[in-house]
Design a binder for this molecule. Structure first.
Ligand SMILES: [Zn+2]
Length: 501
């Protein structure tokens, strides 16, 4: 009897995804080995090469097969990560993957896959409604027993974020021949409408109390009676999970330009302290906030038909501008606690992407059952400080430090464990040759140790201190003592004990 059709399809899918996985791993391994061959690179350079040459090879099309990547299937990918870590800081291949990744300060493969998948899921939702991918997101989200989309689990992890209200981002904001707005960073441009009035509008945004709002302050000088008119307004735009200060600046400009339909022969200058907003307006691209930019361009066109002239000016936040100060006060008023929303705007892609990443992308953590020695040396693993430790070191220095920090070093204590030495005892005959014995106690190296011991009076014999780790007694403000770390590395190199024979 034949198996049911669905089973056949499922089996075919599975073998396909496994093939993808195997292919990604073998290609990645090839790239990582090439990288490892380039001895003599600093850790910073090697890490950069890893992210630009090895990671993309492994991650290619990972959106399609990552759902099939269970713990067992991750083995070959983990191997790529370990070879990469070896190329960066010189950890041994026997070091647990997560410890090697933490030492080399590279993201775990799972984290990379999720980051890509979340980005793709968000990107799909910003496509125009005419795109077939955009229209099938509902079907992807649906739970099915068979024919489940590879993106289903991403959709499921992000089901609490309302993606349907996301902004639409078109391939082009403006036609290539459309005139861009004038924007400058300094002195005022001469407008053509000398006979008419002039107007200065300052916009500002504020983000606090989980809210985003904007404020506008306006100074209008009509042509004849020469009496200044002032106006100010504030608007609460949306929750901070949907909008950001940048989009609020654009929203403020769109709002204020829409309030002046009857204006004629005016020279309008919009002031802002947000440089990104001015640069975006001058050169709009395929980016978050595009709808606001389009709206601003449409409104400018309408104003220009009435012989108005609109320009944008960036004012440095340190400059004391009265109008901008007023706008800032208004913006802050818009984000007071318990302020009610007054506008409705599409969710910003950039903000949503950040939120989605924080919810769905797994953090780098060390599993409970690995890296006993590494955890004892450094309670702050994984952390940014490992970059600080390794980045300025040569590969030789880095591998010495990595060996001491991971405990997997060319010392008898470890070599015996992997059957590479006849005994775990140190050549001095006193004790087992561990990292601690080697660094602090072995009598063979007493002469070499003087410089190292001069580094500190209170931390003598503290493994964490000498290897740039955080010991449990250190407080929040702890930073590694690089002097001590350098001294330990010099000591280890001087003894020649850790070098390959
Ligand atoms: Zn010894």
């Amino acid at each position: 009897m034949l198996p049911p059709l669905q089973c056949i399809i499922k089996r075919a899918q599975l073998s396909n995804t496994n093939q993808y996985l195997a292919r990604a791993a073998s290609k990645g391994l090839e790239a990582a080995m090439e990288l490892r061959r380039l001895r003599g690179l600093s850790a910073a350079t090697a890490r950069q090469l890893f992210t630009s040459t090895v990671a993309p090879v492994v991650d290619y099309a990972s959106n399609v097969w990552m759902h099939a990547c269970k713990d067992k299937g991750m083995g070959p990918i983990h191997r790529v990560q370990r070879v990469g870590a070896q190329a960066i800081v010189g950890t041994f291949l026997t070091v647990a993957t997560s410890v090697a990744e933490a030492e080399a300060h590279i993201a775990t493969a799972r984290r990379r896959f999720w980051k890509r998948a979340v980005k793709m899921w968000t990107d799909i939702h910003t496509l125009p409604g005419t795109n077939p991918l955009r229209r099938c997101t509902d079907q992807i989200r649906k739970f099915r027993r068979y024919h489940r989309s590879p993106l289903y689990h991403v959709a499921d992890a992000l089901k609490h974020i309302d993606m349907e209200t996301l902004e639409t981002i078109n391939p082009f904001t403006l036609a290539p021949w459309a005139e861009r707005v004038q924007a400058d960073g300094g002195e005022q441009l001469e407008g053509p409408a000398e006979a008419g009035g002039c107007m200065q509008v300052a916009v500002s945004s504020s983000a606090r109390n989980e809210l985003v709002g904007f404020g506008v302050a306006l100074e209008k000088r009509p042509p004849r009676n020469r009496k200044l008119k002032h106006k100010a307004l504030s608007r609460t735009l949306a929750a901070r999970t949907e909008q950001n200060p940048f989009s609020a600046e654009l929203a403020a400009m769109a709002h204020v330009l829409s309030t002046m339909p009857g204006l004629k022969d005016y020279r309008i200058t919009l002031l802002t302290s947000n440089k990104a907003a001015v640069l975006t307006l001058r050169n709009p691209r395929q980016q978050s906030g595009q709808e606001f930019v389009c709206r601003i361009y449409k409104l400018i066109k309408r104003l220009q038909r009435n012989r108005n002239h609109v320009q944008f000016r960036w004012v440095s936040a340190s400059e004391d501008n009265k109008l901008l100060g007023l706008a800032k006060v208004q913006a802050r008023a818009a984000t007071q606690e318990d302020a009610l929303l007054q506008e409705s705007a599409p969710r910003m892609k950039s903000t949503t992407l950040n939120l989605a990443r924080s919810q769905a992308v797994p953090r780098n953590t060390l599993p409970a059952d690995v890296g006993k020695h590494a955890k004892r040396v450094d309670a702050a693993l994984p952390g940014k400080h490992t970059r600080l430790l390794y980045d300025r070191l040569s590969w030789k220095e880095a591998t010495v430090l990595a060996q001491l920090r991971t405990g997997m070093a060319r010392l008898n204590g470890y070599l015996y464990r992997i059957n590479a030495a006849a005994t775990g005892q140190c050549a001095c005959g006193q004790a087992k040759e561990t990292v601690e014995h080697f660094l602090f106690r072995c009598r063979k190296w007493t002469a070499h140790r003087t410089e190292m011991l001069q580094c500190t009076d209170i931390h003598r014999g503290n493994l964490s201190f000498y290897l740039g780790g955080k010991s449990p007694s250190d407080d929040q403000k702890w930073t590694p003592n690089l002097e001590a770390v350098r001294a330990s590395i010099r000591f280890a190199i001087a003894t020649g004990r850790l070098e390959a024979t």
